[in-house]
Design a protein around this ligand. Sequence first.
Ligand code: SF4
Length: 415
Amino acid sequence: MTMDTQHEFQPGQVIRRSLGFKAQVQVPLKADYHSAIVEAMQTNGHTLSVGPLTFKLAKEFGFCYGVDRAVDLAYESLARFPGKRIYLTDEIIHNPRVNERLRELGIRFLRGTYAAQEQLGDLGSGDVAIIPAFGVPTKDQAALQERGCIVVDATCGSVVNVWRRVESYAKDQFTAIIHGKYWHEETIATASRVTQYPAGKCLIVLDKPQARVVCDYIVRGGSRAAFLQTFAGAISEGFDPERDLVRVGVANQTTMLSSESLEIGEMLRAAMAARYGAASAGDHFRSFDTICSATQERQDAIIALAQDPTIDLFLIVGGFKSSNTAHLCEIASQSQPAYHIEGARGIVSLEEIEHKPVSQPEPRRSRRWLPAGRVTIGLTAGASTPNRLLGEVIERIAALRGHTALPTTHAGHPA
Ligand code: SF4
């Protein structure tokens, strides 16, 4: 159902659905993010051949339903509220092209790389505040409403599902153990859903080695001080491992590596069974896989593409801050060299590529990334990557090799 475009919104109102301009914004969205090359590949077996270059695209890639909705709502806000000050609390998604475009269109950012001068406290009645796909901490949402902003809530439904899960843990006095990155906006927002309850406790584990530390503490105890130091910044205030690891519920940031999340869940289940006995596991342990379906589908698709023996290397396109893109690169790198690039600018030359290696904090340049002669490149893109960026990568490589990236119907047969 669309909203009446003349409807007046009240200060403090939270809007979670279309603003009634969905059809109108399709033209600018297509102009900004669409790629004819990628569209042609989708109808041609996800393959494109250009001279000696073959590109093979994963079956699932690029914008997910949550990102589609968030970007739509940002464009709809621009169409619905001309003349009003429109803010994003932070990056709408982790893709520089999209954030830069929204800034060009006049949306101002309160935090992060694109932050303008204003702080949340500078906003007032009549301003429009868009909440990104990751959500915001509860106190920020409350502050925006108290200040009388019209709040356009683009939080993804899959993130809200995680919130419901961890809130149920907090209500039942289970500590939420979240497999995620404690500095990531989504996980910060999720943790706030736990700590809004007076007895709510949470602990964020980054990976299996950290999960092992927690499991060891559950089974054998240990140094409280060392535990607290290991998880500094990743625990709720006043966290006491003696008291707060007796009943635990597991959840995960929606974009983590699915296989690792499942392993961490099993590690914790086994630790609680070892500590309290399998018979009373239900009193001490709960678990729910909160990886979103879009993340799972993209990970499954790159796992499938990695089985293709003809692929020489992978290019994984997405923002360097994008968690789900990094995990796609991690999966692909287990079969062939894989390079996580932000876009065509990453293809510095046929010799050199700027990419972010798996598990490294910063991008770097590598040489001899592209073999000479015939080469097959596996491609995918994170859930926050517009198709336009994928198409530009293909065009750039083809142009450097002296070809124009014309869509083809079959490998080697121009349409
Ligand atoms: S990656 Fe998943 S949780 Fe994140 S916006 Fe997309 S669908 Fe939602």
